[in-house]
Ligand binder design. Structure first.
Ligand code: FES
Length: 184
């Protein structure tokens, strides 16, 4: 009987310990779950703030060129524009040039300033009424079509838009040396 009592008290002690262990385990798991929830709650905005911008594609916003009167009728002019771009956290402003003229119907035609052969800068010749590339003598007409030389495709046009009396351009660069226009 004595043995029974002591064994039952041992059993009770064992049960207490088990209950304590179970309680501890329960609190431990609850705290871990709460910490997990807090971490998750903090992690989402942090992810949005720190990581998402780096995953965003580089933006190519429209750049304002200036008043439309800068553009001449059927006479290409080299103009400059400040191009803003961002890649992740990096924001940059760079000055880029392009050629533009106005057609009789008011449409503005703009060309990338980079020769489609190997990427040299070309110029408009008033005397010849042609674009001439000095590197390998490619020649383009007012519409950008290749008239002579090794250029594999016409001059690369750039999208333009007019808002009020202001001209905007979507500056882009394209790979040289290919028969088809391919953005970089
Ligand atoms: S780069 Fe213009 S013709 Fe070669």
């Amino acid at each position: 009987m004595v043995n029974d009592k002591s064994s039952s008290s041992r059993r009770m002690g064992g049960n207490k310990k088990t209950a304590e262990v179970t309680r501890r385990g329960f609190f431990g798991k609850t705290i871990a779950a709460i910490m997990g929830l807090i971490g998750f709650g903090l992690g989402i905005p942090l992810f949005g703030y720190a990581v998402l911008p780096t995953l965003k594609k580089r933006e190519e916003p429209w750049s304002e060129v200036g008043p439309l009167e800068l553009i001449e009728l059927n006479r290409p002019k080299e103009l400059e524009v400040v191009r803003s771009s961002s890649s992740g956290w990096m924001k940059s402003n760079t000055v880029r040039s392009f050629w533009a003229y106005k057609k009789p119907d008011g449409e503005v035609v703009a060309f990338s300033p980079i020769c489609t052969h190997l990427g040299c800068g070309y110029r408009w010749s008033d005397a010849d009424q042609q674009f001439l590339c000095p590197c390998h003598n490619s020649v383009f007409d007012l519409e950008g079509k290749v008239l002579a030389g090794p250029a594999p495709r016409p001059l690369d046009t750039l999208p333009t838009k007019i808002e009020g009396d202001r001209l905007f351009i979507l500056y882009q660069e394209f790979k040289a040396g290919l028969p088809k226009k391919e953005a970089i």
